[in-house]
Design a protein around this ligand. Structure first.
Ligand SMILES: Cc1ncc(COP(=O)(O)O)c(C=O)c1O
Length: 383
């Protein structure tokens, strides 16, 4: 028997750098600050609520768009935080994490030949998602060094074929956070167009130094054209649960759900009930900035004693460092060297650019127990 040959839909996709670096960290016993997930557990109340939902028999298919109580809780949260009203029945959908939400948003609106603008460096799923829809990825760099949006370049990238732009704030990997003025500049640019916005806001509750996250939903001119994507994985330290939400105006949500229902159909029932209950108390997400800011400050204070140069970290749980005073290596080899020789796994920023772009920058994740951060800092003190 011979297996039929496939023509790959994604010929240039291989194993992700996150898998490669995590495997290398495990093999070498390095402290893994590569992949972005906490090494501590979530609030025990949360799994207890899941167990209770399971015991109550909430174990069958929920409504396709998500458990109503969760959609209502999410709509109320968005309204309280960002001042935008979404109808829980027609404008909020529960997804299997943000990754699925973004793919579904792209599949429901991008047709073959359409262009989608991404701002590099960017999360690695965007480009393959656009290609799966038959779209063309149009890459616009964020300003080198500062990683702010360059509106002249975004304007130049817009064409009659542009169907959507993807914006991620707070930004993985660079930790920048869009200001209201930046969102407004985008709104002005898009106003005369039919371009949709996919706003990836999975780190919305990790913004520091008294700044607030500005959601695309808080600007009516953007909310009317946006799929706003959130993820409980980041906010509640449960990245493995893969539950997120999409908020979008009813006509966009209707198209979104057409794809969603024949792709994922529904998302884990007891987890949705538990999240709905857990959201009744705003303290866990209100307290998150202080929790992560303490880790960021501990980590940055330790790194300041090394020859790594710290870039600003306004949000997310990632710290970008410039290692040019330490090594001449390109980013990939540097991160391999750091993992095998120094014992700390990091991610090259070039992995977030198509074809790589060498700036001697690496990303370190500080969503770790303080003892893990101390152990990494002890090793990095050699640098
Ligand atoms: C910018 C960004 N978007 C989306 C995701 C995916 O979120 P989820 O685990 O909910 O699919 C991540 C996870 O690392 C991310 O960093």
């Amino acid at each position: 028997m011979t297996t039929p040959q496939l023509t790959s839909r994604l010929p240039s996709v291989g194993t992700t750098i996150f898998t490669v670096m995590s495997a290398l960290a495990t093999k070498t016993g390095a402290v893994n600050l590569g992949q972005g997930f906490p090494d501590f557990d979530c609030d025990p109340a949360l799994p207890a609520m899941v167990a209770e939902a399971m015991r109550q028999g909430l174990n069958q298919y929920p409504p396709m768009a998500g458990v109503p109580a969760l959609r209502q809780a999410v709509a109320a949260k968005i309204e309280a935080l960002y001042g935008c009203h979404y109808d829980a029945d027609t404008e909020i959908t529960v997804t299997a994490g943000a990754t699925q939400a973004i793919l579904t948003a792209i599949l429901c609106c991008v047709h073959p030949g359409d262009e989608v603008i991404v701002l590099e460096p960017c999360y690695d799923s965007y480009a393959p998602n656009i290609e799966l829809a038959g779209g063309r990825v149009v890459r616009v760099p964020l300003t080198p060094g500062r990683f702010r949006p360059d509106f002249a370049r975004i304007a130049a990238a817009l064409s009659p074929k542009t169907r959507a732009i993807i914006v991620n704030t707070p930004h993985n990997p660079t930790g920048t956070v869009w200001t209201r003025a930046e969102w407004q500049a985008l709104a002005d640019l898009l106003a005369p167009t039919q371009v949709l916005l996919i706003a990836d806001e999975v780190y919305e509750h990790m913004v520091y130094d008294g700044q607030a996250h500005v959601s695309a939903s808080s600007l009516p001119a953007l909310a009317e054209r946006a799929f706003v994507v959130s993820s409980f994985g980041k906010t509640f330290h449960v990245t493995g649960w893969k539950v997120g939400t999409v908020a979008a105006p009813a006509p966009l949500t209707a198209e979104f759900r057409k794809v969603h229902q024949f792709n994922v159909f529904t998302v884990n029932t007891p987890v949705q009930h538990a999240l709905a209950r857990y959201l009744a108390d705003p303290a866990p997400y209100r307290d998150l900035p202080a929790f992560y800011q303490a880790k960021r400050d501990l980590f940055r204070a330790g790194l300041a004693a090394t020859r790594l140069r710290l870039l600003p970290c306004e949000g997310t749980y990632f710290q970008t460092v410039d290692y040019s005073a330490v090594s001449d290596l390109d980013e990939g080899p540097f991160c391999q060297w750091l993992t095998t020789e120094v014992g700390v796994a990091a991610i090259p920023i070039s992995a977030f650019y198509d074809g790589g772009f060498e700036q001697r920058l690496a990303r370190l994740c500080f969503a770790k127990r303080d003892e893990t951060l101390h152990s990494a800092l002890q090793r990095l003190a050699r640098l």
